[in-house]
Design a binder for this molecule. Structure first.
Ligand SMILES: NC(=O)c1ccc[n+]([C@@H]2O[C@H](COP(=O)([O-])OP(=O)(O)OC[C@H]3O[C@@H](n4cnc5c(N)ncnc54)[C@H](OP(=O)(O)O)[C@@H]3O)[C@@H](O)[C@H]2O)c1
Length: 433
């Protein structure tokens, strides 16, 4: 018998507030499930509409969201969970997996527990799934609905970007999702004309960046920043009580809540990030002793901040010889690459699917001009800590103007920064393809 085709649906008969809640649950799994996608699942009673179970994907090798949600129903109704599940609707933010990986397929658990209706936010585009679960569920007589892509992105672009973006980028572009952040003065300068910029953004903004570092698969900084700032990319302030004026009901706020919950429930994910340092050319005007001291400091940083990995462009022999010698002498991890793009393509294989990039005006300009940022986070200071400086290039500003503004937030109470978040159109196409 030919299977019934999958129904793509708008919101007429699906309660999108349930999906909203499912994405909030997914948000609580960011930094936990990686490199697996952060997925949320909710099970409702078909008759009453009451939520009877919910869950989010756990650490790799542990339960996916659907299983956590099914288990929560079993726990809540130890005597009649089978009847409960047989008269329920499962909402899940990504198509259930269809294959035996580190865990058995979720589609099998849905079938075994006789869940009759399944509402899915996004079909899984990966080769291993790609509609297989949907087909299996429909073939077994289950009612399956998938949100229309346009509708999904209209209502949940931010949610999809944060929870599924890394997975989608790794699957379709073979590189991590890139979140580019920078701070600028009220007049738009990213760095002073000469030397280090000190702090442009306030302490609350920096604490938020520390959280982003902690949640990202890796953080990468650029050569000019290394030369001027000797960055450490740690996240010592990530648990600081920060003051942000969120938009009402914003997903960012729920991310923040999820993050704080994770700190209590998932302490084991500490130390899973990587600190990536793109090093300057050896002919730059830095002092080699300071450089070596800084490199050694990175090696000796507490493990919880993530392992350091040094990258340099090896096209000129003096850079190659210098770093090879320093790295071997101190037994450090390093990579010589022809280009940043080439290096980025190696990251998904190493399990890194989300990358926070921190750069000065030239790095930001390069990344923006080449449309490499999937998401941009721009902190604008309430004042001008210096009067003369370097802004991003006009072509980078044009690229920023072409991105989709998602949200604006006010960060900090005294002299607050403004934070604007933008999503690239090419990311939307990836999610919408
Ligand atoms: N406001 C902020 O958010 C922020 C953040 C970080 C740093 N800063 C400030 O920015 C200033 C430094 O500015 P900057 O523009 O020189 O810093 P940067 O963006 O960190 O580094 C720029 C350098 O990166 C290299 N680069 C550019 N594209 C590259 C690519 N595709 N692959 C590999 N390397 C590439 C280039 O080096 P080559 O010229 O050798 O090719 C370029 O000079 C400092 O004052 C620092 O304090 C500000």
């Amino acid at each position: 018998m030919k299977p019934k085709p999958v129904e793509f649906t708008k919101n007429s008969d699906i309660d999108i507030s349930i999906f909203r809640r499912a994405f909030v649950l997914a948000g609580s799994s960011i930094g936990v499930s990686s490199p697996n996608p952060s997925v949320g699942a909710i099970i409702i009673d078909r008759k009453s509409g009451e939520i009877i179970g919910e869950g989010a994907t756990r650490e790799p090798g542990r339960e996916h969201a659907e299983i956590v949600a099914i288990d929560s129903v079993k726990k809540r109704f130890p005597d009649d969970f089978a009847d409960q599940l047989a008269d329920s609707v499962l909402y899940v933010t990504l198509e259930p997996c269809a294959h035996f990986g580190r865990t058995p397929p979720c589609s099998l658990a849905i079938l075994q527990n006789n869940i009759p209706e399944i509402n899915i936010a996004l079909k899984d585009p990966s080769e291993k799934v790609n509609g297989r679960s949907i087909d299996a569920l429909i073939n077994a007589g289950r009612k399956v609905k998938v949100l229309e892509k346009g509708f999904l992105m209209e209502h949940f672009a931010e949610e999809v970007a944060f929870t599924l973006g890394p997975f989608l980028c790794a699957e379709s572009m073979q590189r991590p999702m890139i979140l580019l952040k920078w701070a600028q003065t009220a007049s738009g300068f990213v760095a002073p004309a000469l030397g280090s910029s000190g702090h442009i953004s306030n302490g609350d903004s920096r604490a938020l960046v520390h959280r982003m570092r902690r949640l990202s698969g890796a953080t990468l900084t650029f050569p000019g920043s290394v030369r001027f700032d000797w960055p450490e990319l740690n996240f010592r302030d990530h648990l600081r009580d920060i003051r942000i004026r969120w938009a009402a009901g914003s997903f960012f706020q729920s991310l923040q809540d999820g993050y704080l919950r994770n700190q209590r429930f998932f302490p084991s994910v500490q130390g899973q990030t990587t600190r990536l340092f793109l090093l300057p050319r050896a002919d730059s005007s830095w002092d080699r002793d300071s450089m070596e001291n800084w490199i050694l400091r990175q090696k000796n940083m507490p493990e919880e901040y993530g392992r350091p990995l040094f990258i340099y462009r090896g096209e000129d022999p003096s850079t190659d010889n210098y770093y090879k010698e320093v790295m071997s002498r101190h037994s450090l991890d390093y990579i010589r690459t022809e280009s940043l793009e080439e290096f980025l393509r190696t990251l998904p294989q190493a399990g890194i699917t989300s990358l926070l990039m921190e750069a000065g005006p030239r790095g930001v300009s390069y990344l923006m001009k080449n449309n490499m940022a999937d998401m941009a986070m721009v902190f604008t200071s309430g004042g001008d800590p210096f009067s003369q400086g370097v802004a991003i290039s006009p072509s980078a500003a044009k690229s920023l103007g072409a991105m989709i503004p998602l949200s604006g937030y006010s960060v900090g109470e005294i002299n607050p920064d403004t934070l604007h978040v933008y999503l690239s159109r090419s990311f939307l196409q990836v999610a919408d393809s």
